[in-house]
Design a protein around this ligand. Structure first.
Ligand code: ATP
Ligand code: MG
Length: 520
């Protein structure tokens, strides 16, 4: 008796070791079966697991070759419901002896005795365990009792495996949701180290997940405000999250390619049941476009109000003066006033056209009306027009002769050249020479406009092509302009497949160059 007890204890120890060290359910159940069968002196052990349709499928066996398994399957058909049966020791399967002898005959192993027990967990039957004996001696109640502990272990193993499976598939599902989310997701541990960095965040920031994971978040995402100061709560969100607070903040991130993006981040703390911080979940959105759109909108409104107001005020002023009934104007004054009204009217038309073009460009609707264009002739005509508007500037044309034709939109290219020349005049208030030159090679034409004006500081040279951008200076405050001329010029040149750039020496002048591809 004592020996049995010790044996049983050894077997149970072996099983519990198998259960804690192995995740392979089949292997664990085989260990259980082997121990159980040996301990109660059987030759064959079987475990069948309950399926969702109520049937049972053999899952583990001991003492049978694999090809015999299908032949013993009839032992598990139409089992009575064992759920909730108070005492598994009393559970019986009708007709089992008859089935046993049929099966025994089929596989050539004359079985005489069988003991069958349900594997219950929380009153749910997850499977059944059978031990078969070839001898005549019947299984005793003690055997059944021994077997019932093994059945309980087997039930726990099945239950654990199912839980584990559920947890892993749930985790896989969550991982897939996070990885494929359109928003950036970053998960930090309680020490602010990155544990998850999803694909959308990599796309946004250009930081590969392998580089981010495991590092402190402040080493990876340097978020700054508009004046380039680090935003402490964004770089180290722990302080605010520890109190369980969820918060949103915006900051700029400069990518490896020097592009500055604006991120809107919601940090949500995840607490355990005791209120301790487990993780911080950061949901990240690229709001660069919203920011830009907002900035453009407010610049647009201030530019429009300023640029439209001036000519309208002039027109109204001159018109109402001329119209006064109590005054008599000589013909010269009337003509000069009318000339101002006409000029300001033209300026308004130009501004409105530019604004319309800019919004068309934004909507991607710039259409080119292609024709054969002679840039040298066009330059000389535009220079003639501008000559009448300034007596401080001289114009020089310097085109290689003959100069090749190019295929382009005559009207749009005229707009480009005249924007550049009008800038050359506007931004050289002391006057000077303005040279319009043309060169070419096998592939391109190069058209340049050079002035001797105020020049452009190096830091501003890339931004002057942006919409509404004007260099801040006393002169730009005095001169009119919406900051659209170069933006439109660049868009037109690029739509032709060309490029535009500037070189400049502040205080000495600037040269704007654009290229146009030559027809093959
Ligand atoms: P608009 O052309 O819409 O009437 P604008 O002349 O101010 O207004 P852009 O032609 O786009 O706008 O030029 C942008 C800015 O670039 C100007 O405000 C000016 O500060 C600077 N800039 C352009 N051309 C020159 C130049 N030749 N010399 C010095 N600064 C220039
Ligand atoms: Mg301009």
């Amino acid at each position: 008796m004592l020996r049995d007890y010790l044996w049983q204890r050894d077997y149970l120890l072996r099983i519990s070791r198998a259960m804690t060290s192995q995740l392979d359910l089949r292997a664990v159940l085989r260990t259980i079966l082997e121990s159980a069968t040996e301990l109660v002196g059987g030759q064959v052990g079987l475990i069948a697991l309950a399926q969702s349709d109520g049937s049972y499928q053999i899952f583990a066996s001991y003492g049978l070759s694999p090809k015999m398994i299908p032949l013993v399957q009839p032992l598990f058909s139409n089992l009575p419901d064992a759920a909730g049966s108070l005492d598994p020791l009393l559970w019986t399967i009708p007709d089992l002896e008859r089935r046993l002898s049929l099966v025994g005959r089929a596989i050539g192993m004359p079985f005489r005795q069988v003991v069958a027990l349900p594997m219950n967990i929380h009153d749910v039957v997850v499977g059944v365990i059978y031990v078969l004996r070839q001898e005549d001696s019947a299984f005793t109640t003690a055997d059944r009792r021994v077997l019932s502990s093994f059945a309980a272990y087997a039930a726990i193993a099945v239950h654990n495996a199912r839980l584990y499976q559920e947890v892993t598939s749930e985790k896989r599902r969550l991982d897939a949701i996070i990885e494929n989310s359109g928003d950036g997701v970053m998960i930090l541990d309680a020490a602010e180290r990155i544990t998850v960095f999803n694909l959308a965040l990599t796309r946004m920031t250009g930081i590969p997940a392998e580089e981010a994971i495991g590092r402190h978040c402040s080493e990876v995402l340097h978020l700054r405000d508009l004046s380039d100061r680090e935003i402490p709560e964004l770089t180290c969100p722990l302080a605010r999250c520890q109190s369980g607070e969820r918060f949103y903040a915006e900051g700029d991130y400069v990518r490896y390619d020097d592009i500055r993006i604006t991120l809107g981040i919601t940090y949500s703390p995840l607490l355990d049941l005791e209120g301790q911080l487990l993780n911080i979940i950061a949901n990240v959105r690229d709001i660069t476009h919203f920011r830009e759109a907002e900035e453009i909108k407010s610049t647009f409104i201030s530019v429009i109000s300023h640029e439209l107001k001036t000519p309208v005020a002039l027109i109204k002023g001159y018109a109402s003066t001329i119209r006064r009934e109590d005054a008599h104007w000589d013909e010269k004054t009337v003509r000069e006033s009318m000339a101002v009204i006409e000029e300001e009217g033209d300026r308004l038309t130009r501004l409105i056209d530019n604004l319309l073009d800019a919004s068309r460009l934004q909507a991607g609707q710039l259409k080119l009306d292609m024709a054969d264009v002679r840039m040298d002739r066009m330059a000389s005509r535009i220079a003639d027009e501008f000559r009448t508007q300034t007596d401080r500037h001289t114009f020089e044309l310097d085109f290689e002769d003959p100069f090749p034709h190019v295929s382009g939109d005559q009207e749009r290219l005229r707009q480009v050249l005249s924007n550049l020349i009008s800038n050359a005049i506007k931004y050289s208030p002391q006057g000077g020479q303005i040279v319009i030159s043309g060169r070419y090679d096998d592939e391109r034409l190069y058209i340049a406009v050079t002035d001797q004006g105020i020049g452009i500081p190096a830091g501003e040279r890339s931004r002057i092509f942006d919409r509404f951008y004007r260099v801040e200076s006393a002169l730009s405050r005095r001169t009119q302009g919406a900051g659209l001329g170069l933006f439109l010029a660049k868009s037109v040149v690029e739509a032709h497949g060309g490029q535009i750039w500037v070189s400049s020496k502040p205080g000495q002048g600037s040269t704007f160059v654009f290229t146009l591809p030559r027809a093959p």
